[in-house]
Design a protein around this ligand. Structure first.
Ligand SMILES: Cc1cc2nc3c(=O)[nH]c(=O)nc-3n(C[C@H](O)[C@H](O)[C@H](O)COP(=O)(O)O)c2cc1C
Length: 365
C-alpha cells in the first residue's frame, strides 16, 4: 500500500503517508490547559505518520468555544510538553494547529466580550455551541488595522511557543470559516484598509501570518490548511478559483512543509461556480507537499495517492475512532465507528476508550 510507505515532510521523514487530521475535542480545562487524558489520546494515535493537533487558541481573544486548549501562557505550554514528549517516545511526529476562531465564537464564552472579525458581519443560519446551550451568532466587532497586525504577531508568538512545547511544526488553520478564512472571503471581509477589497488584499492576512511563521520557526516546520470550497460558517466567495489560485501561487514563493487541502464535503448545488475537484484544481498549482483531506477511506485514499497530486492523506473521524488506523488499513481489518455524542467535551468516554485491534485479530489477519 502506497500509504504505508515513508515520505518526507519538511525536515522530517514520516513512517507512513497517513496523517491524523486536526480535531477539536474540547477536553482542556477552563484555562485551556490539557491534561493526562489528552496525553494518552495523542499517544494512542502516534502510529500516524503525522499527528496534527486539534485547533489550539493562539491568544485569549482567539478562543471561541469552551474547553478548547491554548498555547499562549507557560502553564499551557508545559501541559503540551507532556503530549509531545509522549508522542515522540512512541515514534510519532506532531504538529500544532494554530487557531483563531474570529467570529465563530460567542461572548458568553469570552468573558462577555464580543468575538472579533475582519468586519462586523454575523454568521447566519447557524448557532454556536456555548456550553450553556446553542446560541445565535452575534455581530462581531471589526478588528482595527492595529489589532490585525497584533493578531499576526500573536500567531508568530504561538508558533514560537509551539516549538518550545516540543511540537515538530505548526499548521495555520485557514479553513472552515475561522479567522484567516474570514479574511479571505468577500462574505466576511468588507474592510477598506490593506486587508480588504481586492483578492490581493483579502489574501494579505494569511500571507503575512505565514511569512511570520516561516521567519520565526523555519519554513520546513510550517503548513497551512485551506478549504477553498467549504461554505460553512457563512463563507462565500465570488470566485474561489481566482482567489485560491493567487493565494497558492504566493505560498509557493515561501519555503513550506505542506499545504493541507480539504475537499468539498458540503453540497455545492447552490454554488455552481465552485470547482468540484479541489485537488485537481488547486493541488496541481503548487510545488509544495499536498496533504489531502475529506471523506477518504482505505480504498479512495490509495486512489488519490496514485493520482500523484497528494503525497499524504489525512483522516479525521477514522483516526478519532481507530487509534491504530494504519495497522487496520494494513490488515484490512474492521473499523470502529465514531460516536458523535462524545466528539466534543466530556470525559475519557469516546476519547481514549476506542479499542485497538485485539492480539487475536492480528493473528487471524
Ligand atoms: C470532532 C471533530 C473536530 C474537528 N476539529 C477541527 C479542528 O480543530 N481543526 C480543523 O482544521 N478541522 C477540524 N475538523 C475537521 C477535520 O480535520 C477534517 O477536515 C474533517 O473531519 C474531514 O475529514 P474526514 O472525512 O477524514 O473526517 C474536525 C472534525 C471533527 C470530526
Amino acid at each position: 500500500m502506497k500509504q504505508l510507505e515513508k515520505v518526507t515532510l519538511g525536515d522530517q521523514t514520516l513512517k507512513n503517508r497517513m496523517a491524523m487530521a486536526p480535531m477539536t475535542r474540547s477536553r482542556a480545562n477552563r484555562e485551556g490547559i490539557v491534561g493526562d487524558a489528552t496525553v494518552l489520546y495523542y499517544t494512542q494515535r502516534a502510529s500516524a505518520g503525522l499527528v496534527i493537533s486539534e485547533g489550539i487558541n493562539i491568544s485569549k481573544e482567539a478562543l471561541g468555544s469552551p474547553y478548547t486548549p491554548g498555547i499562549y501562557n507557560q502553564e499551557q505550554i508545559d501541559a503540551w510538553k507532556k503530549v509531545t514528549k509522549s508522542v515522540h517516545e512512541s515514534g510519532g511526529v506532531i504538529y500544532a494547529q494554530l487557531w483563531h476562531t474570529g467570529r465563530v465564537g460567542h461572548s458568553s464564552v469570552k468573558n462577555e466580550e464580543l468575538p472579533v472579525a475582519p468586519s462586523a458581519v454575523a454568521i447566519e443560519g447557524q448557532q454556536h455551541f456555548t456550553g450553556d446551550g446553542m446560541k445565535d451568532y452575534e455581530t462581531p466587532r471589526a478588528l482595527t488595522t492595529e489589532e490585525v497586525k497584533q493578531t499576526i504577531q500573536d500567531y508568530k508568538q504561538a508558533a514560537i511557543n509551539a516549538i518550545a512545547a516540543g511540537f515538530d511544526g505548526v499548521e495555520l488553520h485557514a479553513a472552515f470559516g475561522y479567522l484567516p478564512n474570514q479574511f479571505l472571503a468577500e462574505s466576511s471581509n468588507h474592510r477598506t484598509d490593506e486587508y480588504g477589497g481586492n483578492i490581493q488584499n483579502r489574501n494579505r492576512f494569511v500571507l503575512e501570518v505565514m511569512q511570520e511563521l516561516v521567519n520565526a520557526i523555519g519554513g520546513d516546520k510550517v503548513g497551512i490548511k485551506l478549504s477553498p470550497t467549504i461554505p460553512y460558517n457563512s463563507i462565500i466567495h465570488t470566485d474561489p478559483t481566482a482567489q485560491y489560485t493567487e493565494l497558492i501561487k504566493a505560498l509557493d514563493e515561501m519555503p513550506l512543509a505542506y499545504i493541507h487541502l480539504m475537499n468539498s464535503i458540503f453540497p455545492l448545488d447552490q454554488l455552481p461556480h465552485y470547482p468540484k475537484n479541489v485537488l485537481g484544481t488547486f493541488g496541481k498549482l503548487t510545488k509544495h507537499t499536498i496533504i489531502a483531506n475529506g471523506g477518504y477511506d482505505a480504498k479512495t485514499s490509495e486512489e488519490e495517492l496514485e493520482k500523484g497530486i497528494a503525497s499524504i492523506i489525512s483522516y479525521g473521524t477514522l483516526f478519532l475512532a481507530n487509534p491504530d488506523l494504519p495497522k487496520r488499513f494494513e490488515l484490512n481489518a474492521e473499523l470502529n465507528q465514531a460516536d458523535r455524542a462524545t466528539m466534543y467535551g466530556g470525559t475519557e468516554v469516546g476519547y481514549t476508550d476506542y479499542p485497538f485491534l485485539e492480539a487475536k485479530q492480528f493473528a487471524n489477519a
